[in-house]
Design a protein around this ligand. Structure first.
Ligand code: FE2
Ligand code: FE2
Length: 309
């Protein structure tokens, strides 16, 4: 969708939200995170893959954690398409463009440092990783929010989800892989700041145009999925990652929806048009359904677990 096709109400939102973009961008710059990817790696640990090809026993890990590293790194690799999608919804001369450049600069180092760590530590198969990268990047598949309002609500959820996924993956690494834990912690820290920018920008959006934002939020909350559909065997990896307790519906409910929707305080939003009122009810219905599913899954898992005496 080109900026020319943005609905009229979103164009107004874009104009009126410009001072908030500047305010939040300045807040972001006041606490710079100037870590260097090359300083995080113990290069002396590296070994030639030509002389000693990769095997699973190089770095014993459960399938779920391995899948998570693979999917999270490939998602970071897909950055050019995210930048494009955001740029297409960011008109020239608007401060969101400058933010987009800063965001891209920060995101770019995530794939770099993760790949360096992955290759030196041998935690995942480098051939599988490169094959996955080729397939995914050739497709250029990323979510396409239909308006600026949808974009900022979607990215709020996505940055939070990404932060949780990196954080929980790092916590599942062996205790002695201090480098891996540090690398994923640094990335999760960046994602936290991105999340705070978008979350608070969306909050400002709710104050400017509550109805447009509510309709956008309802759509994104119900349709949200972790990015990565262009990754080979994505569903299989997503199931493993969820079973491992790293990221799935339970985390989406507890760690993404609860804090994000809580802060936006949708319940007390005033001045909604009838369509937006309907959208608010839809959010409640979606959250109730997810809660029910997560509870059912937890009961099933508890039932399947052996009795502890
Ligand atoms: Fe990232
Ligand atoms: Fe991010």
């Amino acid at each position: 969708m080109s900026p020319k096709q943005v609905p009229v109400s979103s164009v107004d939102l874009l104009t009126e939200i410009a001072p908030d973009v500047e305010r939040l961008y300045n807040r972001h710059l006041e606490a710079p995170r100037l870590w260097f990817p090359h300083e995080q790696i113990d290069w002396g640990q590296g070994e030639s893959f030509n002389e000693r090809p990769w095997t699973e026993s190089d770095y014993p890990l459960s399938a779920g954690v391995r899948s998570s590293i693979y999917v999270n790194l490939l998602t970071e690799d897909n950055l050019p398409y995210y930048t494009t999608a955001l740029s297409e919804r960011s008109p020239k001369g608007h401060p969101i463009r400058e933010w987009n450049n800063q965001w891209t600069m920060e995101e770019n180092r995530h794939a770099m440092v993760m790949r360096d760590w992955v290759h030196v530590s041998r935690c995942i198969d480098p051939t599988l990783l490169e094959e996955g990268r080729r397939v995914q990047m050739r497709k250029g598949e990323v979510p396409q929010p239909q308006s600026f309002a949808e974009m900022i609500t979607y990215v709020s959820l996505q940055e939070r989800a990404t932060q949780i996924a990196h954080r929980n993956t790092g916590a599942k690494l062996p205790k002695d892989d201090k480098i891996g834990r540090n690398v994923l912690g640094l990335i999760a820290g960046d994602e936290t700041k991105h999340y705070l920018f978008y979350r608070d920008l969306a909050l400002a959006g709710f104050a400017i145009d509550p109805s447009t934002m509510m309709i956008a939020a309802a759509k994104q909350v119900s349709a949200f999925a972790m990015p990565g559909t262009g990754i080979p065997a994505f569903t299989r990896h997503a199931v493993r990652i969820s079973r491992e307790g790293i990221y799935g519906l339970a985390q989406y409910l507890k760690d993404v929806l609860a804090p994000v929707l809580g802060l936006w305080d949708l319940e007390h939003l005033e001045g909604l048009n009838p369509e937006a009122e309907k959208a608010r009810l839809n959010v409640d219905t979606v959250v109730a359904k997810i809660t029910e599913t997560v509870e059912r899954m937890a009961q099933k898992a508890a039932g399947a677990a052996p009795a502890v005496l």
